[in-house]
Design a protein around this ligand. Sequence first.
Ligand code: NAG
Ligand code: NAG
Ligand code: NAG
Ligand code: NAG
Ligand code: NAG
Length: 834
Amino acid sequence: MPHLLRVVVLVGLLSLQQPSCSAATDTVSPGNGLAGSSSRLVSNNSKFTLGFFKPDITPFHHTTSNPNTYLGIWFSKVPKLTPLWSANGDSPVVDPAIPELAISGDGNLVILDQTTNSVIWSTRANPTTNATVAVLLNDGNLVLRSSVNSSDVFWQSFDYPTDTFFAGAKIGWDKATGLNRRLVSRKSLVDQRPGLYTLGFDRDDGIGRLVWNSTVEIVSAGKWNGQYFSLAPEMIGPVLPAFTFVNNDQEVYLTYTLRDETAMALTQLGVDGQAFVGVWMEELQDWLVHYRQPVHLCDTYATCGPFTVCDDTADPICGCMKGFSVSSSVDWELGDRRDGCVRNTPLDDVCGSGGGGSKTAAAPTDRFYAVQRVRLPHGAETVQATTSGDDCSQVCLGNCSCTAYSYGTGGCSVWHGKLTNVKQQQSDGSDDGNGEMLYVRLAAKDVPSAARKKKNSGISIGASAAVFGLMVLALMMMVWRRKGQWFSCSRTPGNARGGGIGVIAFRYADLQRATKNFSEKLGGGGFGSVFKGYLGDSFTMVAVKRLDGNHQGEKQFRAEVSSIGIIQHINLVKLIGFCCEGDKRLLVYEYMPKHSLDVLLFKKASSDTVLDWSLRYQIAVGVARGLAYLHTGCRDCIIHCDIKPENILLDAAFVPKIADFGMAKVLGREFSHAITTMRGTIGYLAPEWIGGEAVTSKVDVYSYGMVLFELISGRRNSSQVYLKDGDFSEFFPLKVARRLHQSGETIGSLVDENLHGEANLEEVERICKVACWCIQESELDRPAMAEVVQFLEGLSKVDMPPVPRLLNTIAGGSPAPVYYLDSGELVVSDKQSE
Ligand SMILES: *[C@@H]1O[C@H](CO)[C@@H](O)[C@H](O)[C@H]1NC(C)=O
Ligand SMILES: *[C@@H]1O[C@H](CO)[C@@H](O)[C@H](O)[C@H]1NC(C)=O
Ligand SMILES: *[C@@H]1O[C@H](CO)[C@@H](O)[C@H](O)[C@H]1NC(C)=O
Ligand SMILES: *[C@@H]1O[C@H](CO)[C@@H](O)[C@H](O)[C@H]1NC(C)=O
Ligand SMILES: *[C@@H]1O[C@H](CO)[C@@H](O)[C@H](O)[C@H]1NC(C)=O
């Protein structure tokens, strides 16, 4: 379960002691306090409530009930208690004390323990009069002011924010008084003490920063340019509220107003150090998270605590390093991982309790355990004059406080004490750099015996490209029997950075409701079924994909959520959100009223649904644009890997949208890493897949070419392949390629007969040529998608494509090849064997 989601869900589960019936008041005055844990103040507009609460998440966890009670503010209409502010995080009311909120003799607002009459918490202001009142205002601000003059304010909760940024409050400095208002995360989901993360502004440079333990900067928002912070352009989008930033002689602060006063927006710094903006959805009875920063939790400094490895693609994302165990599983469950993991076996005690570094004993028996491909821990110390990894390991062994070393391009680095902020880099190139090797010092006993790793034996077929191509065709023909079957895709792709466009985390129950218990089925796909649903106001139609509860479903789920959240284009279907609860995996997309291209092309229910030529052309151009964006337009290169009519959806105006990113691969910008594990659908697979060679975005070009042929013919290419006698001459792509070379022959006769000749022949010829270029055997001969767009838009002239060599060969242009299975391997011979 993605961690943020868990936090949001858990926050939602904090239970609230239901109010007893009492007349709502917004004021505490001398002699009229809030006595007992169930009395409360309600702001005059009824939006906010102040009262005592006891965080209790026992329904979800096995923790014993919490003995602590806090004074806090929450939204009156949000039934799931979500504390927005708490007064006494550092000094809770502990059972069996009975709290009372009152005005004390000196005019301060205090929490008293009724049983002992001692002060547990106080506003500790210096009111000029003891004739004061405390009022919960309509914006959620609790103010202590003079009872006769409401402008005379002595203290206000907006000056002491906890983890939530209220609309109308200021985050920043009062330069005159030195007051610094900043958000501080809570220690855990139940413990309201301050945590390690703070979000605030620098008094001097005015730059907003998310900081860990006052020392390590995690995210900087950059400079304010009048509209937004340079590094957070999403601030002006429609998703977030309207912000104002002020920086003058007296103060520097950020504030915001809600576009809709009645909206309940939650701008909070989570327990795990991730800031997020959510909105309460009455219809869903839950918080919907629209925005989060950092986008990936592992980019939040030390979110897993010391001696852990953070992996955004794992579940849970935090894991202990080898030789270490979770320090406190109860704390971890509550979101407090500051103690991370602890060593199973102490290091060799050569430095001795009394030894003080004396080297009387022999060299320590500690060993090093290699952790591969990680972002190295924070706080490295560079060691000069080391020439090898061995030297480096000796340096570390020679100092009792040294816990790890790494020897790489930067030479020798060692670490002392706790190892924090280690992150697993993804080997597929979705992370910057490929990570480094970290050698962690362990007691000899904890180092696993050096089991030799088996070498990866990838597919090694030492045959020519023609062989691979033949295999493609052989596989293509299996479509008849194995329609809709998928090749397994490789490991889950890594999360790509960037974006900042939030994807909503839904609860299962809400999607169940939205789809009327999955009653309106739109279709079935590779890994699950798709249902129609209605969100919120019932006007927003969505398509909810429920993935099968198996391994493939899980892979698709992770791939989709991690890759589509960062891409946005008119020709790509928009992922609105997802649900991940127990073994339930669902994806929520914008609804596409015209369904998918395969339905329109191949499953014509009646003659009136024939897709006319201009729409087909529009679809061809749109899909090309979408793919060009994926390959080159967004920050990282994304290979879709599964382009086929089923994955091309159409909106009301037949604008095509590429869907199903379940097999997509996000590659780094440099394109230095490519994939080798075959994925995709038979019939649309490029030949290079079969060889186990590294592939590039040209595999999408190939699949796209295959789809173009189907747009022209209105039939599946595969439906015209005849394995019998090796006769491929009727294979549509081959027919087209040959026809282009036969002068005098009209290309028009190749077009779907359902169009009754109503097609722009110039466009038909252009699209035929482009399609043939796209399915060239060598990826170098295929155009890039950006070029395809140019061709189709008529901006560049398309040359005559050669007949794809492979197709020609197979179809009997040369002696028919023989292919047979030899102990499970497909073998192809150019000559007839005797
Ligand atoms: C409280 O709200 C009511 C209207 O709902 C208004 O008439 C009244 O003046 C308000 N009281 C204060 C103290 O603002
Ligand atoms: C306010 O202070 C005066 C003396 O300064 C004291 O007599 C009075 O009792 C105080 N009022 C309250 C409500 O404690
Ligand atoms: C009320 O308090 C404000 C702020 O302290 C002050 O400026 C104002 O003069 C006071 N008004 C009266 C009527 O005392
Ligand atoms: C946070 O910093 C303080 C002092 O700067 C230090 O004592 C404390 O150990 C740090 N906390 C953690 C969890 O490292
Ligand atoms: C071990 O390393 C620490 C940190 O660099 C240093 O302060 C300490 O003096 C070293 N101890 C020995 C015995 O070299």
